[in-house]
Ligand binder design. Structure first.
Ligand SMILES: Nc1ncnc2c1ncn2[C@@H]1O[C@H](COP(=O)(O)OP(=O)(O)OP(=O)(O)O)[C@@H](O)[C@H]1O
Length: 365
């Protein structure tokens, strides 16, 4: 019988943690994925000290899971939160300075990686190259997760071309009744915010390192996200300052990388993956977008950008392959009209629902 999620979690209940409890309890194991016997998951320790103390539990877990029937390989990543994202709290203002609503400023000093109060998981959606459909995937995935009953936030951090206001059908400037915090917007069951709604068009493009870091801190800290199961962050393409800042300063659950099957897109995706790995951000999986085109007239299936390249890459580097999403006119039109395809009755929304379900089953959303 193929190995499954429950059998692994049961086995992990036998791995004791220093200080009490086991790996099978609480919310310690995240991103559990099983693909053809290849098991991968993330152990999330509450802080760096615990992470060091849990190292022996990690190696016990590896040996135990490897010995289970049907398991061909095991990959375990340990991450540590430096701030515990529990009860929602007001963001701490910079020492001596009143919080400013002007987005884009120098950052406030910060120790280590920080979570967002009240937010359980933070997932960055990245791509090596522009135009591969990262924003389309982010909006559809956010709506799909909301349809599954999850509390979902979507932050559009793509300063070069913020597209979530158009894709989610929102355009009004977020309010700030107290002049300190920012109220996010809501669309299709998702709590959302875009840098594009806070700054004049083109303003953010000239920002570099420190300004971007300040803006990201504000987006994560001053926006009243409330209690969320998961916050998706739609990143700009490539491996620039936003990605770097976010990976270094935010306690990300992990990153999902979107690519088309073209060699050139894959080459860029590889660069993104290696950046996340170097910065200690778990790569939760790869998604192939535009993998197949089904002609609405005759039903003929064509692989315009090639096919299967992303799945092969995922296998090669040992990360989960999460989804293969079709290229379709309806998906593009739905995105342009402000109602993501998954929010409609169209069957083309199903692959996004399956993707969302997989993330929920894996405990990362
Ligand atoms: N599966 C798909 N089927 C049809 N059109 C798609 C699909 N995915 C994306 N598109 C279209 O391709 C264009 C680029 O997509 P999108 O903006 O999501 O990409 P991106 O990677 O976020 O781009 P950028 O990095 O430039 O922001 C959009 O017009 C979008 O509607």
């Amino acid at each position: 019988m193929p190995i499954d999620h429950d059998t692994i979690m049961k086995a992990l209940s036998a791995v004791a943690l220093p200080g009490g409890g086991s790996l099978g309890q609480g919310d310690v194991v995240k991103a559990l994925s099983v693909t053809d016997g290849a098991v991968s998951f993330v152990i999330e320790a509450p802080d760096a000290v615990s992470a060091r103390a849990w190292e022996s539990a990690r190696s016990d877990a590896e040996a135990l899971v490897k010995a289970l029937d049907g398991v061909s390989s095991v990959s375990i990543v340990m991450t540590a939160h430096s701030a515990t994202p529990s009860a929602p709290a007001k963001p701490a203002p910079a020492a001596g300075a009143a919080p400013s609503l002007k987005i884009g400023r120098h950052p406030t000093p910060q120790q280590g990686k920080q979570g967002v109060p009240g937010v359980k998981n933070i997932i960055a959606i990245a791509s090596g190259k522009g135009g591969v459909g990262k924003s389309t995937v982010s909006s559809n995935l956010a709506v799909a997760l909301a349809k599954l009953g999850r509390k979902v936030g979507l932050l559009d951090a793509d300063i070069y071309g913020p597209s979530q206001p158009r894709m989610m059908g929102v355009s009004k400037k977020p309010a700030s009744p107290d002049g300190e915090t920012i109220e996010p917007l809501h669309a299709h069951g998702v709590t959302m915010m875009s840098i594009g709604l806070m700054v004049e068009e083109g303003e953010a493009i000239v920002w570099r390192g420190p300004m971007l870091m300040g803006a990201m801190q504000q987006m994560l800290g001053q926006v009243q996200w409330g209690e969320l199961d998961v916050l998706l962050i739609d990143l700009p393409p490539g491996t620039g300052d936003v990605q770097l800042t976010l990976s270094q300063k935010t306690a990300l659950t992990g990153a999902i990388v979107v690519s088309t099957p073209q060699d050139v897109a894959l080459l860029d995706a590889r660069r993104g993956i290696s950046m996340f790995e170097k910065l200690g951000v778990p790569v939760l999986g790869l998604i192939e977008n535009m993998s197949t085109y089904i002609c609405p007239e005759c039903g003929h299936e064509a692989h315009i950008f090639g096919h299967g390249g992303v799945a092969d890459e995922a296998k090669k580097i040992g990360v989960p392959f999460l989804a293969s999403l079709p290229l379709s006119l309806e998906t593009r039109l739905a995105g342009d009209s402000g109602t993501p395809i998954v929010a409609t009755d169209d069957a083309l929304g199903e692959p996004y629902m399956r993707l969302a379900d997989r993330l929920v089953q894996g405990g990362i959303a």
